[in-house]
Each structure stands twice: as C-alpha cells, then as structure tokens.
Write a new protein. Sequence first.
Length: 110
Amino acid sequence: MRARELALDLPETVEQSHFGKADFRVRNRIFVSLPEADRAVVKLDRDQQEMMAAAEPSVFRPVIGGWGQKGWTSIMLEACDEQTFRSAVRTAWRNVAPPALRKRLDASQI
C-alpha cells in the first residue's frame, strides 16, 4: 500500500518523526503515524473508532491503553484496501486540521 503517499496527498501535510517512527502532520498536529511496516495509526474520535472497528474488525483496532481511549486507532495494512485506508486517513486529517483548511479541501473536491 502507498500509505506514505496517500497521507502526503492531503493539504499542508508534512512528514516528521515521532519516537523514531514516521508521522504525518497538518499544522504540527499528528493525524497518522507508521509505527510498524504492517500497521498505521490514525487519530479518530471515539464514535468514528467504534464504527470503523465494528464494521471491519480485521482492519481497525483501538490502540491498546489510554491512547486508544482517545480515539487512536490501528489500521492493519495487510487487511486494508487502498480506498478504506484513504478514507480513514482523510477522516483523521479532518479531525485535526483547522476549519479553514478543511473548507479549502472540501471546495477542491467539488
């Protein structure tokens, strides 16, 4: 999967490092990280996390511990198709991007 490219496709996204692992940020707020070759972690809200994990439990799993309780969700990359990954990353980006930037993305989608 082209996880890195799909994350960098979103407006104002930059790649940095968090605890020695690649992460992707919009205006310095992390929305996805790649802690392992076969797993990504995205920032969802609890409702989004519950919905995605219930719909596709082999793909989405809450991160263990407190981070998972805050919406951080693992994506098992081998079980995830590109469209599902793109949707989850876009959702995570929207969760942390400023409103004006979200509006700009929405306007470019028309």
